[in-house]
Design a protein around this ligand. Structure first.
Ligand code: CU
Length: 122
C-alpha cells in the first residue's frame, strides 16, 4: 500500500511532465521560474514562415529570425511600434527579445514595409 505522500509526489510528477510537454509543443520554455515564449521565423522565397505567430501580452518573448534567401529586400527587420530594428545577415539567426505590452496585431517588416509578417498578441 503506497503512502499518501508518495501518491501525491507521483501525481505531481505526472502533472509536471504534462506541463513541460505542453510548453514544448507551444514553443515556450521554462528558464528558472520565468516563462519565456520562443519562436523561430524563417524568411524564405515565399516570405516569412510562419507568416503569423501568437504571443501573450506581458510574457517575455525570444524571437529568432533567420533569413534564408539571398535575393530579397528584407535584409533588415523592424518591429513597428517597439523601436526594434535589426540587420538580417544571410543564414544567421538573429535574436529579438522583447515583452509585448499591448494586445492586438504587431507588424514586422523590412524598412520599405514590403516584406513582413504579423504577431498576434493576446
Ligand atoms: Cu523591403
Amino acid at each position: 500500500m503506497p503512502s499518501i505522500s508518495s501518491v501525491l509526489a507521483f501525481n505531481f510528477t505526472i502533472i509536471l511532465t504534462i506541463t513541460l510537454l505542453r510548453t514544448g509543443v507551444t514553443g515556450g520554455s521554462i528558464l528558472g521560474r520565468k516563462f519565456v515564449e520562443e519562436r523561430t521565423v524563417t524568411l524564405t522565397e515565399r516570405g516569412y514562415e510562419p507568416e503569423r505567430i501568437r504571443l501573450r501580452r506581458g510574457v517575455p518573448a525570444r524571437l529568432t529570425f533567420i533569413r534564408q534567401v539571398e535575393a530579397t529586400c528584407a535584409t533588415e527587420i523592424e518591429l513597428l511600434g517597439y523601436g526594434i530594428k535589426r540587420d538580417l545577415p544571410l543564414n544567421q539567426p538573429v535574436l529579438v527579445e522583447f515583452t509585448p505590452t499591448r494586445s492586438g496585431e504587431l507588424t514586422y517588416t523590412c524598412s520599405m514595409k514590403m516584406v513582413g509578417g504579423k504577431i498576434l498578441i493576446r
